[in-house]
Design a protein around this ligand. Structure first.
Ligand code: ATP
Ligand code: MG
Length: 351
């Protein structure tokens, strides 16, 4: 297959983890006989340096005409206090691509049990996915204002259509996995949550083989640390998803391992690691490239329907960890720390 990928390396460790990821994609190309056309474009701090704009129009245009977008990370102390912020580039590209569903897998990698904050017994069989609504809810609802010195208001607004499209994505995902969907809300107090629940129940009729449960958000926060293995797909609104997915990302104790996809109805998906630009380790060949590489695997699976290819990468990641090649962030033995490049080498060797 031929696919066009726009690559936005960004700032900090972004370019380092992207470099390794592109080598992995080259290995996939030759093993599975595909052609990936890669076009690199600026975003974030480096785009501010080059053009004065964290999201230049050429970058938007290139992203929109490609089949998928891979992003490293943006930001860093260099741009602190500037009028133009690197993070604006990220928020705006999400809006431009209309990616309303943020998908974040959380999986326990067996060999990493020694660095996870939860007991190993609780981590067995943890393989869940968050689907977070990304473009609506309380972060965007109007009115949103400060009224004088003593009052402020935010609005949690959802239209049925906004809920339907993200809930549908979650059902499709659940149907392709363990066929269980947990919808998280606060329907005992919030009107928007009652509408959310209604839409989930209506949509469920079209997916009879998916088992649906509703869970209140306070209970979900507790269940995620009490027994995370009970979950398959979790769908929720923007703010609940923001908070719970960060909580869940710590189940495995390894920020550098986590991947994400932000999906729209029709256009290209945006794939990026969960971690940020990590300025403290940038340029030292110490960054864990696996979150970025697993994000590329999600791209192959979700945007290109290349399941065997994505499986091959995930298996190779597992094998690299089994062989105990780890960057500093996931190492429990400071005498044996691998560099970014070594981890990439090991992975490609296994591919
Ligand atoms: P941002 O605002 O961009 O999210 P942040 O400071 O909140 O930045 P990160 O940049 O993700 O968060 O970094 C948090 C900590 O985790 C830092 O100490 C960083 O070095 C470490 N870290 C993040 N990503 C990685 C990675 N891929 N490999 C190794 N360490 C990482
Ligand atoms: Mg952060």
């Amino acid at each position: 297959m031929e696919k066009a990928i726009t690559v936005l390396p960004g700032d900090g460790i972004g370019p380092e983890v992207m470099k390794g990821t592109l080598r992995v994609l080259k290995a996939i190309e030759s093993r599975f006989h595909h052609r990936f056309t890669v076009t690199e474009m600026p975003i974030g701090g480096n785009a501010i340096d080059e053009t004065g704009n964290p999201l230049p129009p050429e970058t938007i245009e290139q992203c929109k005409k490609s089949d998928a977008v891979l992003l490293g990370a943006v930001g860093g102390p260099k741009w602190d206090g500037m009028e133009q912020r690197p993070e604006q580039g990220l928020l705006r590209i999400r809006k431009e691509l209309n990616v309303f569903a943020n998908v974040r897998p959380v999986k326990a990698f067996g060999p990493l049990a020694d660095i996870a904050p939860l007991k190993p017994a609780l981590l067995e069989n943890v393989d869940l996915v968050f689907v977070r609504e990304l473009t609506g809810g309380i972060y965007f609802g109007q009115p949103k204002e400060r009224k004088g010195s003593d009052e402020a208001v935010d609005t949690l607004y959802y239209h049925r259509k906004e809920i339907e499209r993200v809930v549908k994505k979650a059902f499709v995902l659940a149907a392709s996995r363990k066929k269980k969907l947990t919808s998280v809300d606060k329907a005992n107090v919030l009107e928007s949550s009652k509408l959310w629940r209604e839409v989930v129940d209506e949509t469920a009729k079209h997916y009879p083989d998916v088992k649906v449960e509703h869970m209140l958000v306070d209970n979900a926060a507790m269940q995620l640390v009490r027994n995370p293995a009970q979950f398959d797909v979790i769908v929720t609104e923007n703010m609940f998803g923001d908070i719970l997915s960060d909580e869940a990302s710590m189940i495995t104790g390894s920020l550098g391992m986590l991947a994400s996809a932000s999906l729209s109805e029709e256009g290209p998906g945006l794939y990026e690691p969960v971690h940020g630009s990590a300025p403290d380790i940038a340029g030292t060949n110490a960054a864990n490239p696996l979150g970025m590489i697993l994000s590329a695997a999600m791209m192959l699976r979700h945007s290109f329907h290349m399941n065997d290819e994505a499986d091959a990468i995930e298996l190779a990641v597992q094998e690299v960890l089994n062989a105990n090649f780890r960057t500093g962030d996931i190492s429990s033995n400071k005498d044996k720390v691998s560099t970014t490049d070594q981890v990439v080498e090991q992975l490609i060797y296994r591919l």
